[in-house]
Design a protein around this ligand. Structure first.
Ligand code: SF4
Ligand code: ZN
Length: 312
């Protein structure tokens, strides 16, 4: 059993909230729940996060969806909490993965009556992630992360949205914070917050409504709600160092339940939401906001279009 896992309970266990039979244990909260009260606990955790963000109450939300548990759970809860949402999927062109991702999204959206659009990376920039992986020496996840961030901003503006939600959870955020602290990456540490303001009229605000719930709680939520998500990880994710920081925190969580929450929340509570800093230029190739005169996506595409250097 993984650290932080929601465990089965003996028949005598009572729900902390309603005193009916409990079937889900949350050691990090010192609580046991029946399925209905667990759903309530989960939605309240997301609502608590949403109240912390300095966003307009009725702002429609574009939800970045991959078909995995996190993105379908965040979309589901935001919709159930009454927010107007639309799903956006970036088809990265990863063989045998991108197709099943879209099938999971399509089935979920159909069941909940939600609208969504898929954009193919190849149509947007001329290359799939698989093609980029073959042509570049940089770690593919950092290239892919940069592309997704930038293109989602662009798509949000085109679709008329000012707010993007992603499915990053407590484990993701605590692991990333630990990694940035260990490597003393000050520029990332300073921006580490589950809300990012818009720093340019063509850049939307960003929120991470699941930052208060763990990966395991999200799995339980999906099971309780009957959400069928894509189980497998992206085949290109192997060896990502972010997994190691998460595993290190899992060890601590197993010995001291609640450690991940204490670590992340203490950091977040000590800070206020970042303020907009407008030091942006405009990309002279695509017109998108960027630092300097060439955005990272256009710089990448230019490098990919150059013919390979001949070996001497
Ligand atoms: Fe992209 Fe890496 Fe995530 Fe795969 S694991 S979708 S390559 S960032
Ligand atoms: Zn550009």
């Amino acid at each position: 059993m993984n650290a932080g896992e929601t465990r089965p309970l003996p028949a005598s266990a009572k729900c902390t909230r309603c005193r009916q039979r409990a079937v889900i244990a949350l050691p990090s909260h010192h609580a046991n729940f029946c399925e209905a009260c667990f759903g309530l606990f989960f939605r309240r955790a997301v609502l608590r996060a949403m109240k912390k963000f300095p966003i307009k109450a009725q702002e429609p939300i574009l939800v970045a969806v991959s078909g995995g548990k996190d993105s379908l759970a965040v979309w589901s809860v935001l919709h159930d909490l009454g927010y107007a949402t639309k799903g956006i999927h970036l088809d990265l062109g990863i063989p045998a993965f991108s197709e099943v991702s879209q099938e999971a999204i399509a089935a979920f959206a159909h069941r909940k009556g939600l609208s969504w659009t898929s954009y193919a990376l190849r149509d947007l920039i001329g290359y799939s992630i698989e093609e980029i992986r073959r042509k570049t020496r940089r770690p593919i996840c950092s290239v892919c992360g940069m592309i997704k961030r930038r293109l989602l901003n662009r798509i949000a503006v085109q679709e008329g949205f000012r707010l993007i939600a992603t499915g990053h959870n407590l484990d993701d955020e605590a692991g990333r914070l630990l990694g940035n602290l260990v490597r003393h990456r000050r520029e990332y540490i300073e921006k580490h917050y589950p809300y990012l303001p818009s720093v340019h009229p063509r850049l939307p605000e960003k929120i991470k409504p699941l930052y208060r719930v763990s990966a395991e709680e999200i799995r339980t939520y999906c099971r309780v709600e009957g959400i069928e998500y894509l189980e497998g990880a992206c085949p290109l994710s192997r060896g990502a160092t972010s997994h190691m920081f998460k595993e290190a925190l899992d060890v601590l969580e197993g010995r001291m339940p609640g450690t991940k929450r204490d670590f992340l929340f203490a950091y977040i509570e000590a800070r206020s939401a970042p303020k907009p800093v407008d030091d942006f230029g405009t990309c002279d190739r695509c017109g998108e906001p960027c630092y300097g005169t060439r955005c990272s996506v256009c710089a990448l595409v230019e490098r990919l279009q150059k013919p390979p250097r001949k070996e001497s």
